[in-house]
Write a protein that binds this ligand. Sequence first.
Ligand SMILES: O=C(O)C(=O)C[C@H](O)[C@@H](O)CO
Length: 268
Amino acid sequence: MPAPKNRFKQALKEGRAQIGLWQALANPYTVEICAEAGYDWLLLDAEHAPNDVPLLVSQLQAMKGSQSHAVIRPPIGETWIVKQLLDIGAQTLLIPMVDSKATAEAMVRAVRYPPHGVRGVGAALARASAFNRTVDYLQTANDEICLLLQVESRAGLEALDDIAGTEGVDGVFIGPADLAADMGFLGRPGAPEVQAEVEKALAKIQSHGKAAGILIGDLGLAKRYLELGATFVAIGNDVTLLVNATTKLLADFKAAEPAKAPSGAKVY
Ligand SMILES: O=C(O)C(=O)C[C@H](O)[C@@H](O)CO
């Protein structure tokens, strides 16, 4: 039995847009709720959320059987953490802060078993191989790993052709927040100067035949990026949704008038 098919990777190869939602509450309960909302992918964030490997395992387990594909973002692109995330069962990784061909090539090696890479062989112990019940895992795993790299600095933009052109890189994600910061527009990813670079980068990524991705909370911009050919687009995050919904509920309550009579409305 081979490694599980990576439907998300296949969709990107076929140019089918995948809509995602960022998960930063670091909680399997909320991931399970979001996994049934209909998103094509959920990003489990270990860069900016208080996630460690055991907690990520619980979130992967919470997603099992849902239509949403798990994409994990490690705190940094280093071989040792990549090895751990692949062994717990992540098949798609989003590596932050990539700004050189050397890093891109190192990450390709990190996600592949020898002789094509340096991924340590621990499948006999790993959730990824269904604890060695997937007897052909070692021989089939490489092909089902989807490697996405984040370019989010001026140096990364300078090296974008090299990064996107690296064999084994399946897609490149533009990080507007960090790119804006590096360009001198901290907290202003919507600045025209930043947006211009984002759109040039999305086109350049596609010119290499690679999937282009981004996270953007502005739904109009998200639609624009899809029209420009981006195929993995995250349109929001769980933290902001919770902040906004809880704040709005209380404001709505304070503004509401008492009902004139029992309405039989649904309680929740
Ligand atoms: O730079 C960006 O934008 C991203 O990489 C996404 C952010 O990290 C996300 O956490 C929202 O700030």
